[in-house]
Design a binder for this molecule. Structure first.
Ligand code: NAP
Ligand code: FE
Length: 370
């Protein structure tokens, strides 16, 4: 057995974990740049609790609420200029993957002069500001990953910043902040976490502890999928479970990376405006059918952890939660030609050809013959 496992984030889980562990923030500096989206952080209590914790430690702060969903390179440069002007010691993110990923890029860009090319290709930087994060979707798992996924308008897809230096130092997970997530965002983000666990289990870079965590996450998410498909309102305890399951799935991809599902999903988000998690979820069952041909034992293990027998059952539930999308053959060919160049294709076993990707997308989305 040969593997490495590196996870430097201090993960604090539980009710009031932010107010009870506010002292940890003082380890990061005395001026914080808080990043969030437009509305949710102010409504779900995370902004109030974070600013109270910072005030309690005499840490001054500036709140930037301009992070848009799927932040672009241009967006993070603007925020980094502001953070630099504020003479920030550390970055705080409140929100889903978008504020957390934007904060990771700002942590690099506000600490030194870095070109777009260097940002997306270098694994180490001279200096990176420390980060504290509060996830409020469940989710991307970005609170425990070394990745920041940024919209790249030059390449018309999403590109990765991947550096161990952007692992958040502190992650505060309190399910209360996710209580008012709308049904559609809950469904899409939970299915992103499900994709992370399933892809992480099957990835070329998968390893034993990551696989054990993937099964833990799949088991918890599998219990929730029927509730999400029925539109049953979730209790606080169920929200806690989902936040935990998505963090665990984040640890899985922090070590193993994602695979073809994410590579294909990026075009659905970039060109069709489909939420990140929904984009993955619409492809996941067909991806399992593709992998099943060579690795039926492993796809069977994933399905059993979810409480299912076949990819068809998964497809029925994800379809009920996410709805359906159609693409024409021109779009399908274009999206496959973009995805085949993505790094996560090399992390897929068996490695799909461009024709395989066209077949996967056709089976999921073709509207021809309707
Ligand atoms: P998101 O883009 O961060 O947020 C989506 C929407 O949810 C926003 O409108 C946001 O509103 C709202 N929202 C967030 N928390 C809420 C709450 N508690 N209550 C009500 N509304 C809330 O969604 P996401 O799916 O978490 O993140 C997607 C991004 O993460 C994508 O860019 C994706 O590529 C990336 N991602 C990163 C990783 C990684 O490892 N780094 C992994 C997977 C995906 P506000 O704008 O008002 O906050
Ligand atoms: Fe994802």
């Amino acid at each position: 057995m040969t593997f490495q496992f590196y996870m430097p984030t201090r993960i604090m889980v539980g009710r009031n974990c932010l107010s009870e562990n506010g002292g940890r923030l003082a380890e990061l500096g005395s001026k914080a740049f808080i990043m969030s989206g437009k509305n949710s952080a102010a409504r779900n209590g995370s902004l109030r609790d974070m600013t109270a914790a910072l005030d309690g430690e005499n840490i001054s702060w500036y709140h930037y609420n301009g992070v848009k969903p799927n932040p672009s390179l241009e967006d993070v440069r603007k925020a980094a200029a502001l953070a630099q002007g504020e003479k920030t010691d550390f970055i705080v993110a409140l929100g889903g993957g978008s504020p957390m990923d934007a904060a990771k890029a700002v942590a690099v860009l506000a600490a030194g002069k870095v070109s777009d090319e260097a940002l997306l290709s270098q694994r180490t930087f001279d200096r990176v500001l420390p980060l504290a994060v509060v996830p409020t979707t469940s989710g991307t798992g970005s609170e425990v990953t070394p990745y920041s996924i940024l919209t790249n308008d030059k390449l018309r897809t999403k590109s990765f910043l991947n550096s161990e230096q952007i692992y958040p130092r502190l992650a505060f997970l309190d399910g209360r902040y996710t209580m008012d997530l709308p049904e559609s965002i809950t469904g899409a983000t939970v299915i992103d976490a499900l994709s992370h666990a399933a892809e992480g289990y099957l990835a070329v870079r998968a390893m034993p502890p990551g696989r054990a965590l993937a099964l833990e996450s799949l088991r918890l998410i599998g219990e929730m999928l029927p509730l999400l498909a029925n539109g049953t309102p979730l209790s606080l305890e169920q929200r806690d479970k989902l936040l935990y399951a998505s963090m665990v799935a984040g640890i899985v991809i922090s070590q193993s990376g994602t695979t073809a599902v994410h590579a294909l999903g990026y075009s659905l988000t970039y060109f069709k405006g489909v939420d990140h998690g929904a984009a993955n979820g619409m492809i996941l069952a067909e991806y399992l059918r593709f992998i099943e041909k060579e690795r039926p034992g492993e796809t069977g293990t994933i399905l059993r952890a979810l409480g299912m027998e076949t990819p068809d059952e998964l497809e029925d539930l994800t379809g009920a939660i996410l709805g359906r999308l159609s693409l024409d053959m021109r779009e399908i060919s274009r999206f496959a030609s973009i995805a085949i160049r993505a790094g996560n294709i090399l992390n897929t076993c068996p490695k799909p050809s461009e024709e395989d990707l066209i077949r996967i997308l056709t089976n999921c989305f073709s509207n021809e013959g309707e």
